[in-house]
Ligand binder design. Structure first.
Ligand code: CMX
Ligand code: CO
Length: 145
């Protein structure tokens, strides 16, 4: 089941300046940063609140580390702004993806990949979701239970 908004992904050109904007303007201070080579990003997760299913709710700020990464392509076309929405699952993310695929929505990965903080992620094609790039996230905590 999809139980929460895990995060909103926001494409930015300067991660440090964007983190500083959110820190200064809204007071978000619970910040995790990492580089995800496979996704071609340096990213910051700003925690907004905890959830009851082992996950939490975040803003994900994404800066490209390669010109051929999805975020670089998005920035070149659209500039900075909201890039995707991510729903959290309370169970296996591949099972959720299979259920969604049965409704005719294209799932972009054959198997889940590694997301922030050890999560398992996959994506749904924006053209099948009314123009919204949609990510599914199984938090690391739920995979350990
Ligand atoms: N939101 C909505 N529509 C989008 C989009 C987005 N973020 N990115 C691309 N599109 C649209 C484009 O506007 C384009 O539409 P038109 O044909 O009408 O112009 C169409 O999708 C194809 O876009 P494209 O620029 O040619 O890009 P690609 O097809 O090469 O890639 C996508 C699009 C979604 C398959 C690719 O971005 C992808 O694989 N994304 C998943 C991985 C990802 O986004 N990683 C970064 C985040 C990592 C994380 O969250 O941890
Ligand atoms: Co994301």
């Amino acid at each position: 089941m999809l139980t929460r908004i895990d995060h909103i992904g926001i494409a930015c050109r300067d991660l440090d300046a964007t983190v500083e904007f959110y820190r200064r303007t809204y007071g978000f201070t619970d910040i995790h940063t990492e580089v995800n080579e496979e996704q071609g990003v340096r990213e910051a997760m700003l925690k907004i609140n905890d959830a009851g299913d082992g996950g939490a709710t975040y803003l994900q700020l994404l800066e490209p580390i390669r010109d051929d990464s999805p975020i670089a392509k998005f920035l070149a076309k659209n500039g900075e702004g909201v890039h995707h929405i991510a729903f959290g699952t309370d169970g296996d993310v591949q099972e959720e993806a299979d259920g969604i695929a049965s409704h005719g929505v294209r799932v972009l990965y054959d198997a889940p990949r590694r997301g922030s903080m050890g999560s398992r992620i996959t994506f749904l094609h924006p053209k099948d979701c009314g123009g919204v790039l949609t990510e599914l996230v199984q938090a690391a905590e739920t995979t350990e239970h």
